[in-house]
Design a protein around this ligand. Structure first.
Ligand code: ZN
Length: 370
């Protein structure tokens, strides 16, 4: 017997009843939405839509990291308070995602409202001996999380430094430890805590927001594959150490990176393709199909030909959807099966275009292409 309510992610079958808890690592609102962000959020949206097709209601929590060192620097360059600056950027982000037909999440927690939660998280980690206090900061012992990632120590330290983990912080017992609570510094907001004034660490903010929304764990945690380490490795390690429940996530949706000429799209590189520019030239459905007509974990290279190709594929799908077809029941079941099997959009699209009629319309509606 096949399980109608199971989805396969990264080769792993996840049986579901009627509800799925999905945490999506949201943005740090300091800059415009680019195609790299869009790819992650469109894929998370597609997973939610496929779950709904399978009769499972996705309960999505997409956080806003509005307490962040990079954001503080951007706000100070703009001579704006961090929270006002973040709120304006957040508005633009939500507008871009709505234009891309991404459904709004049920929960959208903002980090600055979770300071008390992070303090409780830090206290809990101190109590079980998985964290220690030093010079007004609380650090999570990171050795196990780093070892579990299967990376060598050099790579771990490089990634930790790249993502603001400050491996060279002299207050740490081990460079692999991560701040749950960071002692106050000039240029950053600060709140009172049992260890003196300070601010929450990045991974700890997400843990606090995820556990507050969902309790001890989630069915799926989604984010760009660049968040795999250190962010998600430390997130799950902290959550498991705090709750004693593992695994924190039943599955991960680590969406592939978008590159241009082989170079990952990033603000620091300056090769951003903005969502609003794409939507000025193509429909949301075309941009969505360009993102989704591939395997979600694959990295890919963006070029204008990608959009042209997606526009042609979409026209084929629309044309097929206009045909009436007798044997549409089999086609619909096949599309459902392919989408449940690791979100195999390219194969489902082939079936839809070939079969036409109701199955093609089902695919359009499921992927938000109508
Ligand atoms: Zn996160």
């Amino acid at each position: 017997m096949t399980d109608d309510h199971a989805v396969v992610l990264a080769g792993r079958t996840l049986p579901m009843l009627d509800r799925a808890r999905m945490y999506v690592c949201g943005i740090t609102p300091y800059d415009v939405t680019h195609l790299g962000h869009a790819a992650t959020f469109v894929w998370a949206d597609a997973l939610g839509r496929v779950l709904r097709l399978l009769g499972v209601e996705p309960e999505v929590c997409r956080n806003v990291t509005d307490v962040d060192d990079v954001l503080d620097a951007a706000a100070s360059r703009a001579r704006a308070p961090y929270d006002t600056f973040a709120a304006i950027q957040q508005y633009h982000f939500e507008h871009d995602l709505a234009s891309l037909n991404v459904r709004p999440p049920r929960h959208e927690p903002r980090a600055h409202r979770y300071i008390e939660h992070v303090i409780r998280l830090a206290q809990g980690l101190l109590e079980v001996g998985r964290a220690y206090e030093a010079k007004g900061s609380v650090y999570f012992r990171g050795q196990a999380a780093a070892a579990q990632a299967g990376l060598d120590r050099g790579e771990v330290l490089r990634l930790s430094a790249e993502y603001g983990g400050r491996p060279d912080d002299p207050a740490k017992e081990d460079p692999l430890d991560a701040a749950v609570w960071q002692a106050a510094e000039t240029g950053h907001p600060a709140w009172d805590s049992p260890w003196g004034p300070g601010r929450p660490g990045w991974h700890a903010e997400c843990v606090a927001m995820a556990l507050s929304a969902f309790g001890v764990g989630v069915d799926v945690h989604a984010g760009g594959s660049d968040l795999r380490f250190p962010h998600h490795a430390y997130h799950s390690a902290m959550a498991e150490a705090f709750t004693g429940v593992r695994p924190y996530a039943r599955a991960w949706l680590h969406v592939g990176m978008v590159a241009i000429g082989g170079v990952k799209m990033a603000k620091s590189v300056g090769n951003l393709v903005l969502v609003e520019d794409l939507l000025a030239r193509y429909t949301a459905a075309t941009v969505r199909l360009m993102i989704l007509d591939r395997r979600w974990a694959d990295d890919w290279d963006y070029g204008d030909a990608c959009l042209e190709g997606a526009a042609v594929r979409l026209a084929d799908l629309y044309q097929a959807a206009g045909r009436s077809h007798e044997a549409s029941r089999h086609g619909a079941a096949e599309i459902r099966r392919l989408l449940a099997a690791d979100l195999n959009v390219p194969a489902a699209l082939e079936v839809a275009v070939e079969t036409g009629g109701a199955p093609a319309r089902l695919l359009m509606a499921t992927l938000g292409l109508d």
